[in-house]
Design a protein around this ligand. Structure first.
Ligand code: HEC
Length: 113
């Protein structure tokens, strides 16, 4: 009986446990990034193309997640984003194109020329 239960555990429980842990991991990882909208043609404006928005999202995740959580685009107004990204400019290495694309992304395409 003892043998059965330890066999049972290593055969079934451990596999199950691994699967459950993986599922939780994926769910957490997915829900973290899914809150950051993925640009589609619906977000394209005269100010921002789809590729600029896609690149902006990539840059935002790459450059801005190092020190604090990624703030949701919805959290700030356009003026606030300009203020904060300007302020972060001294902490993050980004060129003016990357900065521009990040601002386009967090402003849902409502920023730019
Ligand atoms: C080197 C670390 C670092 C990196 C990288 C960084 N930040 Fe920050 N961020 C900070 C710190 C520290 C604060 C606290 C406020 C301050 O600096 O006055 C902050 C604050 C903020 C805030 C204001 C949060 C509030 O209090 O409402 C925003 C928005 C923000 N960062 C956006 C960004 C963006 C966008 C990027 C990428 C371009 C970025 N951060 C990259 C360190 C960083």
């Amino acid at each position: 009986m003892k043998k059965y239960s330890s066999d049972y555990c290593s055969r079934i429980c451990s596999k199950k446990t691994i699967i459950i842990v993986c599922l939780i991991g994926f769910t957490v990882a997915f829900s973290c990034t899914s809150a950051l909208y993925i640009p589609s043609v619906n977000h394209v404006t005269p100010h921002a193309s789809l590729s600029e928005l896609q690149s902006g999202r990539k840059q935002y995740i790459r450059k801005c997640a190092g020190c604090h959580t990624l703030y949701l685009p919805e959290k700030y107004s356009k003026e606030q984003w300009v203020y904060w990204v300007d302020k972060m400019d001294s902490k993050v290495k980004m060129d003016s194109i990357e900065k521009d694309e990040i601002l386009k992304y967090v402003n849902h395409g409502k920023y730019g020329r």
